[in-house]
Ligand binder design. Structure first.
Ligand SMILES: [Zn+2]
Ligand SMILES: [Zn+2]
Length: 343
């Protein structure tokens, strides 16, 4: 079968290889025929070999944002059957460690992350343990289903904050997660959702406007002044930082009202910030990492019922054999969500 492999520890280092179809090794494993696999910002970090996100063993078949069809199940599989359409969590959850037993699955101590420590979904087939799998309705197309994983990332960010209809939000960074966070804020009843970006994000900021968000190019406009002006001088109630930019936390604090809430989703390089500002303003800062099982259930409901329309985010649908071209597009910050297709 065809597979997209991150082979070398350098910028690029992607190979399209012919490899063996994986076999079910454990009685709880499921063989999935992959239909679609999205390229995540994390995959782009691996492509670029960014120093702060090299948590991948090489060589490795990339991809964790996959959707597909169950073709074979181990003898102890109870939650799916051949023919089921599925999306998948990306690390398992051993069910036995302290965090799994206390319901904090995303902190599982025994993670085997898909497309990082075990082979992922940028291939025609992948074997995955049943604990990861969630079925999706027939009405949900596979290209949109591949976007449910990032919807879950953005949604889990929002699951940390206390929010009410009428709150004002600012999202930093108009990438797929930022745009999804903005859409979810709107769906939660936000009065206004500002979204900030830089010149290279021009197309993404245009799309943000079409999605009902208020785009601000921070290289051309004074974002703090605009947000304060539109929020009676207070600042936004909630900031969601998906930008991964150095210094973005300090920026988020300036956009926020006193005693506001900040969710940090983006992976930023180490940078300095002023602790005193967090103390004096009583800012609540939440780190957020991946999702919980309930997040998957909510994300599937939101997308399948059209509350969150992921279609405008899909800029390219390309066959898996063209993965290298797809990575080059994202490296150049062209396109938004690229979905690779197989089978
Ligand atoms: Zn992802
Ligand atoms: Zn665990």
């Amino acid at each position: 079968m065809l597979a997209v492999v991150k082979a070398k520890p350098e910028l690029g280092g992607i190979e399209i290889r012919e490899v063996q179809v994986p076999r079910i090794k454990k009685s709880t494993e499921v063989l999935i025929k992959v239909k679609t696999c999205g390229i995540c910002g994390t995959d782009v970090h691996f492509y670029e070999w960014m120093p702060h996100s090299r948590w991948i063993d090489l060589p490795r078949i990339l991809g964790h944002e996959l959707a597909g069809e169950v073709v074979e199940v181990g003898k102890d599989v109870v939650n799916v059957k051949p023919g089921d359409r599925i999306v998948t969590e990306t690390w398992g959850g051993c069910g036995l460690c302290y965090f799994c037993r206390t319901g904090v699955f995303n902190m599982c101590l025994n993670q085997q992350r898909l497309g990082q420590q075990v082979d992922g979904g940028m291939a025609e087939y992948v074997a995955i343990d049943q604990i990861n799998l969630y079925t999706i309705p027939d009405s949900l197309p596979y290209d949109q289903a591949a976007v449910i994983e990032p919807v879950g990332v953005a949604l889990h960010g929002l699951e940390h904050v206390t929010t009410k209809p009428g709150d004002n939000y600012v999202v930093l960074g108009p990438g797929p997660i930022g745009l999804l966070a903005g859409m979810l804020a709107k769906a939660s009843g936000a009065a206004q959702v500002f979204i900030t970006g830089i010149a290279i994000d021009e197309k993404r900021l245009e799309l943000a406007k079409q999605l009902g968000l208020t785009p601000i190019n921070i290289e051309k406009e004074n974002a703090e002044a605009i947000i304060k002006d539109k929020t009676s001088g207070l600042g936004a109630d909630i900031a969601i930082d998906t930008s991964g930019g150095a210094g973005s936390l300090s920026q988020a604090i300036r956009f926020l009202r006193l005693a506001g809430q900040i969710v940090l989703v983006g992976l930023a390089p180490a940078s300095e910030f002023d602790y005193t500002e967090i103390v004096k303003r009583e800012v609540k800062v939440f780190g957020t990492w991946r999702r919980q099982p309930i997040t998957w259930m909510r994300a599937i409901r939101l997308v399948a019922n059209g509350v969150i329309n992921v279609k405008p985010l899909i800029s390219h649908v390309m066959p898996m054999g063209q993965a290298e071209e797809a990575f080059k597009l994202l490296h150049a910050r062209k396109g938004i969500k690229i979905i690779l297709t197989a089978n």
